[in-house]
Design a binder for this molecule. Structure first.
Ligand SMILES: *[C@@H]1O[C@H](CO)[C@@H](O)[C@H](O)[C@H]1NC(C)=O
Ligand SMILES: *[C@@H]1O[C@H](CO)[C@@H](O)[C@H](O)[C@H]1NC(C)=O
Ligand SMILES: *[C@@H]1O[C@H](CO)[C@@H](O)[C@H](O)[C@H]1NC(C)=O
Ligand SMILES: *[C@@H]1O[C@H](CO)[C@@H](O)[C@H](O)[C@H]1NC(C)=O
Ligand SMILES: *[C@@H]1O[C@H](CO)[C@@H](O)[C@H](O)[C@H]1NC(C)=O
Ligand SMILES: *[C@@H]1O[C@H](CO)[C@@H](O)[C@H](O)[C@H]1NC(C)=O
Ligand SMILES: *[C@@H]1O[C@H](CO)[C@@H](O)[C@H](O)[C@H]1NC(C)=O
Length: 442
């Protein structure tokens, strides 16, 4: 009995000695079943089966070896590793009883999709303040009740389906507050971006590429809207696509075979399109856009390299004056079309479009007269054409000149008639004869 008592006293002393040494060497403190150390993992030499909680703070090593820790403390239930340089973690091979695992404020960049499955009793996993940029879509949450992932470097330019997957499990308690860290979606909710991308992909125009360009926050309502770009360039479209994802604001249709864009006025999907690129198609006219909602609300309209010969200048001027995005939000590209250069179209086009909107038309010097062999205006920039070079008197008889001529004819007729009257009156007085024309009237 006495011997047993003395023996356990000795044992107690030895254990205390080990911890005192640990404390001196590694800056550890012990409190009941909790061991808290600053710096790297301590090697106690003996085992410490009764330690249930281990806190390792300010570790300077880059890798974390769970098996090494579990060797020393096989009965750990709470493992806190915070504020350190650890960047790589690989799951333990050993069975363990860890229930709460906190890996906070470290430099972890990656976590494998079945990490949690290596901890059969794990209930809480905290990964806050690391450098994680993505998760697997099949990240297993095992028996977790709580998962914390805030303040990582979540890159929402990558696939973020994992966020929707985590949302269905309901374990990620801070998912709603978790934000993206990449430049494009900085500070936006990961879950929101994931939802926007999913909706977009579901409704993306067949054969085209859809992308979420950025998020627009309505300043009045504070509601966030996606800004979606649909790229249907060079895909043999002969008409505007019939269907677009909701919130399509930018539509690329360059290098197709489109010959008209009437759908802009009839298809409700196009009311939401701000920027339209239809360069290098076969569009011959846009006169049907006159009075449409789209032409007075667009931001970018690029129709270079088509077959436009003229456009309704008054209507375009009217629409641009009404456009709420004017002046700085509106951009037009009209170059590379075979513009007609004649007196009926060109002067009005110059004045009401090219000159009035020279800031909005970014390729003014490419807006040229069509090629006509031997014509002096052929391929000249229209902006610089003089009026006389398009309105040559002999070939173009203007209304003003016509009116002037008519006036002159009428004036000389009046003078002739008055003269004849004076002559007839004088002749009648003198000879008593009525003028010949009066004698013929019955
Ligand atoms: C892990 O240990 C627990 C008991 O502590 C046991 O029930 C479980 O089956 C073990 N799992 C494996 C994979 O060995
Ligand atoms: C996330 O989950 C909640 C609760 O199940 C649900 O109401 C919400 O619609 C989900 N959000 C998204 C973006 O899926
Ligand atoms: C995010 O991911 C995109 C696409 O993979 C990549 O181009 C970009 O560099 C990443 N951004 C950051 C900040 O890592
Ligand atoms: C659209 O896609 C084509 C290839 O299909 C590509 O060459 C072009 O750069 C894309 N445009 C934009 C604005 O991303
Ligand atoms: C477009 O159609 C032409 C002929 O109709 C074909 O030669 C070409 O390969 C098609 N291009 C694409 C991108 O499908
Ligand atoms: C249109 O076609 C011209 C000539 O083929 C080419 O140089 C230009 O890059 C094309 N424009 C676009 C937007 O693809
Ligand atoms: C064409 O017009 C622009 C401004 O409208 C002017 O700056 C430029 O010098 C003119 N070029 C020629 C060759 O007249």
């Amino acid at each position: 009995m006495e011997l047993k008592y003395i023996f356990s006293c000795y044992l107690y002393l030895i254990i205390q000695l080990v911890f005192v040494t640990a404390k001196y060497n590694n800056n550890c403190r012990i409190l009941l079943d909790e061991l808290k150390c600053f710096g790297n993992i301590v090697d106690f030499g003996g085992n410490a089966k009764y330690i249930k909680q281990l806190k390792l703070l300010d570790m300077t090593s880059n890798t974390l070896d769970f098996d090494f820790i579990l060797d020393k403390y096989p009965n750990l239930e709470y493992l806190f590793i915070e504020n350190g340089e650890i960047s790589t973690i690989s799951p333990p091979k050993k069975n363990n009883s860890i229930k709460v695992l906190v890996l906070r404020n470290l430099r972890i960049e990656r976590i494998s999709q079945d990490f949690v499955l290596f901890f059969p009793y794990l209930e809480v996993l905290n990964l806050e303040q690391n450098l994680l940029s993505e998760l697997s879509n099949e990240f297993h949450t095992g028996n977790l009740n709580e998962l914390y992932i805030e303040n990582n470097h979540w890159n929402c330019s990558k696939d973020v389906k994992w966020a929707l997957h985590l949302n269905t499990t309901g374990v990620a308690r801070d998912l709603i507050k978790t934000t993206c860290k990449d430049k494009l979606y900085s500070k936006k909710s990961v879950l929101l971006i994931a939802q926007f991308k999913k909706d977009m992909e579901k409704t993306c125009t067949p054969t085209c590429m859809c992308s979420l360009e950025r998020i627009f926050i309505d300043p009045n309502s504070n509601i966030q809207y996606p800004i979606i770009m649909v790229n249907c360039s060079g895909r043999n479209f002969s008409d505007l696509p019939g269907q677009l994802p909701a919130y399509t604001r930018i539509l690329h249709l360059e290098n197709n075979n489109i010959d008209n864009i009437k759908s802009l006025t009839t298809n409700p999907y196009y009311g939401q399109v701000w920027d339209l690129y239809v360069d290098n198609n076969s569009i011959e006219s846009i006169s049907y856009l006159e009075g449409s909602y789209w032409i007075s609300h667009f931001r970018i309209f690029s129709i270079r390299g088509n077959k436009l010969r003229e456009l309704p200048s008054y209507a375009l001027d009217n629409a641009l004056m009404k456009n709420p995005n004017m002046p700085s939000g509106v951009t037009l590209f009209l170059g590379g079309n075979p513009w007609k250069c004649d007196c009926a179209f060109t002067p009005v086009f110059q004045e009401l479009v090219l000159q009035k909107y020279s800031i909005q038309i970014r390729d003014l010097e490419d807006v040229k007269c069509s090629y006509i062999r031997g014509d002096e205006n052929s391929l000249k920039p229209i902006n610089n054409l003089s009026r006389s070079s398009v309105c040559i008197a002999s070939t173009d008889f203007s209304l003003q000149e016509g009116l002037d001529l008519l006036n002159a004819v009428l004036a000389s007729l009046i003078i002739f008639i008055l003269g004849k009257l004076a002559y007839d009156y004088y002749h009648f007085k003198k000879s008593g004869k009525l003028p010949w024309i009066v004698s013929k009237i019955p």
